[in-house]
Design a protein around this ligand. Structure first.
Ligand code: P6P
Length: 329
C-alpha cells in the first residue's frame, strides 16, 4: 500500500483537464461495479451461478450465468452517472442508449467486456472486466460514435478478480493499480506508475493453435522454443491462463508478451477490438509497451463494427518490434 492513498483520493489529486469531474464519477462507478462483480463471483458456486445458460451472445459463445449477472451489474452501476450517453457490451448485440435526461452533464461512451475469461470461473481461475471510455460528439450517440480508433480513448483499464481484486487503469499519463481491501471496501494504491520491463523471457500464447498460425508467428515462437541454442541465445518460459486480463496484468508486473494472432480458423483472431484490444493496448502503451495486429498499431485501427475481432500481440516493446519486423519480411 502506498501511504494509504485510496482510489477516491488519488482521483481527486491526480486527474486534471476538462474530463476530470466526469472521470472521477465514472471511475468511481466502475470501481463500485467491480466490487459487486467480485462479490457475485465469490458467491457464484454458493448461489448456483457457475453454470452455462441456454443462450449465446452475439459472438455465438454460450453465456455463463455470471456473464449475464456481471453485465447487468456493470450497467446498473454505471448508467446513471449523468455522464454516460451510451454503452457497448460484449454480451449485448447492440449499443445501449441512455436517455438524454440521464446524462445532462456530458456524453461519454462506456465500452466493456463485463467478464473476460468467464470460461475460467467454474475452475476458479482469475477473470476480469475490461473497460474503455470515449467521448461522443452527439448527445444521442450514433453507431459511428462508438467506432472511434483506440487512440481516441480518454480512459481505459481493467478489474482483475484474482488472488486479490484489483483495478488498473490509465487516463493517458501512466498506469496505476489499486487493490481492494475487502474489509473496508476501499481500493488502495498498491501499484503506482506500472511499467513493462524492457526485456523478457516469457511469452503467452495458446500453443494448440500452432499449425494454424502464419509463418511470422511460427518463426517467433520457434525461436523462443529453441532457447539458448537458437538465434535468441536465451531460454524462454511460457504461460497461458486463457484470461486476457490475467495475462496482461502479469506482463505489467513482470514483463512478457501476450499473443492471440491471426490463425487459419479465425482470420481476424479471437479478441474484440473496441472493448478488449483497444483498452488493453492503451494500458500497455501507457506502461511503456507496444500493441500490434502484426501489420499496424492496434490503437490506429479504424473500427468497422461493434464486435469486430482483431489479431493481438502486445507487451514488451522490443519483442513486439521483433514480431512486426517478422511480419514485414
Ligand atoms: P482460448 C477469453 O475467452 C478470451 O477472450 C481471452 O480472455 C483469452 O486470452 C482468450 O479468449 C483465450 O482463448 O482460445 O485459449 O480459449
Amino acid at each position: 500500500m502506498v501511504e494509504n492513498i485510496t482510489l477516491a483520493a488519488f482521483l481527486m489529486q491526480h486527474l486534471q483537464g476538462e474530463d476530470r469531474i466526469a472521470l472521477i464519477k465514472m471511475l468511481g462507478d466502475v470501481a463500485e461495479a467491480s466490487k459487486k462483480i467480485a462479490g457475485a463471483i465469490d458467491h457464484g458456486a454458493l448461489m448456483g451461478n457457475m453454470g452455462s445458460l441456454a443462450t449465446e451472445n452475439v459472438q455465438g459463445e454460450v453465456q455463463k450465468a455470471l456473464d449475464v449477472i456481471s453485465n447487468d451489474i456493470f450497467i446498473e452501476c454505471t448508467q446513471q452517472s449523468g455522464y454516460v450517453a451510451g454503452m457497448v457490451s460484449e454480451e449485448l448485440d447492440d449499443a445501449v442508449e441512455i436517455a438524454e435526461k440521464h446524462h445532462i452533464n456530458g456524453q461519454y461512451l462506456l465500452l466493456f467486456d463485463p467478464l473476460d475469461g468467464s470460461s475460467n470461473v467454474n475452475v476458479n481461475i482469475s477473470v476480469g472486466t475490461i473497460f474503455s471510455i470515449l467521448k461522443s460528439t452527439n448527445k444521442t450517440p450514433a453507431l459511428a460514435d462508438f467506432l472511434q480508433p483506440g487512440s481516441a480513448q480518454i480512459c481505459a483499464g481493467y478489474a482483475l478478480y484474482g488472488t486479490s481484486t484489483m483495478l488498473v487503469f490509465t487516463v493517458g499519463n501512466g498506469v496505476n493499480g489499486f487493490t481492494l481491501d475487502a474489509d473496508s471496501g476501499e481500493f488502495y494504491l498498491t501499484h503506482p506508475d506500472m511499467q513493462i520491463a524492457a526485456d523478457t523471457q516469457e511469452f503467452a500464447i495458446n500453443m494448440s493453435n500452432y499449425r494454424f498460425w502464419q509463418k511470422p508467428v511460427q518463426r517467433y515462437i520457434d525461436e523462443c522454443l529453441q532457447g539458448e541454442e537458437g538465434d535468441r541465445k536465451k531460454n524462454f518460459n511460457m504461460r497461458w491462463v486463457a484470461s486476457m486480463v490475467a495475462e496482461v496484468h502479469r506482463i505489467l508486473v513482470r514483463g512478457g508478451v501476450f499473443m492471440y494472432p491471426t490463425d487459419a480458423k479465425s482470420v481476424n483472431g479471437k479478441l474484440r477490438l473496441i472493448y478488449e484490444a483497444n483498452p488493453m493496448s492503451f494500458v500497455v502503451e501507457q506502461a511503456g509497451g507496444a500493441a500490434t495486429t502484426g501489420l499496424e498499431r492496434i490503437l490506429d485501427v479504424i473500427p468497422t463494427g461493434l464486435h469486430q475481432r482483431v489479431p493481438v500481440m502486445m507487451g514488451c516493446k522490443s519483442e513486439i518490434e521483433r514480431l512486426i519486423t517478422y511480419h514485414q519480411s
